[in-house]
Write a protein that binds this ligand. Structure first.
Ligand code: TRP
Length: 400
């Protein structure tokens, strides 16, 4: 299949909206991810790819892969081939910092990235795009930097190790690393305003910082942007990210070919739905739509009980008779993300769909699954001091 790159991706009125700034599905079952694969021109993560992963690594695939939570990729086969040959690659992911606390949906790409790093034992770079937030939101440079440092602590608490992980915020790092800026300029020279409009939908009244920003997010997918880690070597890159970031990497892959850098490979995730239903992703700006990483046990319980959209029937009798609908039920969807045990999950699905399990009971299982995840996270977060933070941000060689 020919990859659709520097051109506008035709969007119809009945298509889900998925771009770096907006994510909204048209159906109550959520976004049609298979349709997105077609529109974006990426590849589905299918059974044969998962099997190859297991053969090559000797590890069982993560439940995010087994359940289609990471559902799409670009050139992941290349990464597996490199690993097979004992050749090196690195991981790159990132986050646009925000003042609100991070929620459990933000954790998905990072939890998965940590797992990939453990499986492959490779370096990871994490970009905090504080510059992006200044350009897109009503936020001052000073405040965006501070948010980046706070968010970095939240990310570190996923379990990263400074031994093989470098974290940077654009507003501080780029000025200290000429090679990064040089790659930005190389990238900027490859993309016309017309192409940027096509990929990102920029308009005449957008500030010029927005138009040039994609080069900042693309640059870390090229190893020569980090000479203190990779020297001058062209080391291939794998980017785990949510599917809304794909436009940046379509562009990166296109310019890579022209700059004679390896094209970054990608693994794309779906979104954790909002409590109110699968049309929307969990969003930090709506406290009732999200379970935050600093929520108390009581808040988690109340939010799920009160807001988690139910696929159950209106009355117990009706529910016993018709059963619940797991394709719209948010508590069930959360279990697919957070309950690792496949047998237990299947059992729950069967029981709910047959009407044996009631909505209240399903919610209780969701609460009992998510609460320990958040508590374990909070314990790790409490251990992330300023000193720990500094270790990750230091410009230094990483064993590789
Ligand atoms: N733009 C992303 C956001 O707003 C942050 C980001 C930067 C990112 N580089 C990335 C996300 C690489 C995934 C992969 O969240």
């Amino acid at each position: 299949m020919v990859e659709q790159q520097m051109e506008n991706l035709s969007v119809n009125d009945d298509d889900d909206v998925v771009d770096p700034w907006n994510v909204t599905g048209k159906s109550e079952t959520g976004i049609d991810y298979d349709k997105l694969i077609k529109r974006f021109g990426s590849q589905k993560i299918d059974e044969s790819l998962i099997q190859r992963f297991e053969t090559v690594t000797g590890k069982r695939a993560h439940h995010f892969l087994r359940r289609g939570i990471f559902f799409s990729h670009r050139d992941f086969h290349n990464i597996l081939s490199l690993y097979e040959k004992g050749e090196k690659f690195y991981l790159y992911t990132g986050r646009g910092p925000s003042s609100e606390s991070m929620h459990i949906g933000h954790m998905i790409p990072f939890v998965f990235t940590k797992w990939l790093q453990d499986v492959f034992n490779v370096p990871l770079v994490i970009q905090l795009t504080d510059d992006e937030k200044v350009l897109w939101r009503d936020i001052k440079v000073e405040d965006a930097r501070q948010m980046a440092f706070n968010n970095a602590k939240d990310i570190i608490a996923v379990g990263f190790d400074p031994k093989n992980t470098f974290i940077f915020n654009d507003l501080d790092f780029i000025g200290k690393c000429p090679e990064f800026y040089q790659n930005m300029i190389r990238i900027q020279k490859c993309v016309t305003f017309n192409q940027a409009k096509g990929i990102f939908g920029f308009g005449d009244s957008d500030v010029i910082g927005k138009v040039s920003f994609p080069a900042v997010e693309a640059a870390p997918s090229f190893s020569t942007s980090f000479p203190f880690i990779f020297g001058k070597k062209a080391v291939p890159c794998l980017v785990p990210c949510a599917i809304d970031q794909d436009p940046y990497f379509r562009m990166s892959r296109d310019v890579a070919a022209r700059l004679k850098f390896p094209k970054p490979s990608l693994l794309h995730s779906t979104f954790l739905p909002a409590l109110q239903g699968a049309q929307h992703k969990m969003s930090a700006s709506d406290p009732n739509a999200s379970i935050f990483l600093n929520d108390t046990v009581k808040q988690i319980k109340n939010k799920i009980n009160k807001y988690a959209f139910s696929g159950g029937q209106a009355t117990v009798e009706e529910h016993r008779e018709k059963g619940g609908n797991t394709s719209v039920d948010i508590s069930y969807k959360y279990l697919t993300f957070f309950l690792e045990d496949d047998d237990r999950l299947n059992e729950i699905k069967k029981q709910y769909e047959s009407g044996e399990l009631l909505t209240g009971e399903l919610k209780k299982i969701a609460i009992e699954t998510i609460t320990p995840f958040v508590q374990a996270y909070q314990a790790r977060r409490a251990a992330v001091t300023d000193d720990v933070l500094k270790q990750f941000f230091e410009i230094r060689p990483i064993e590789f």
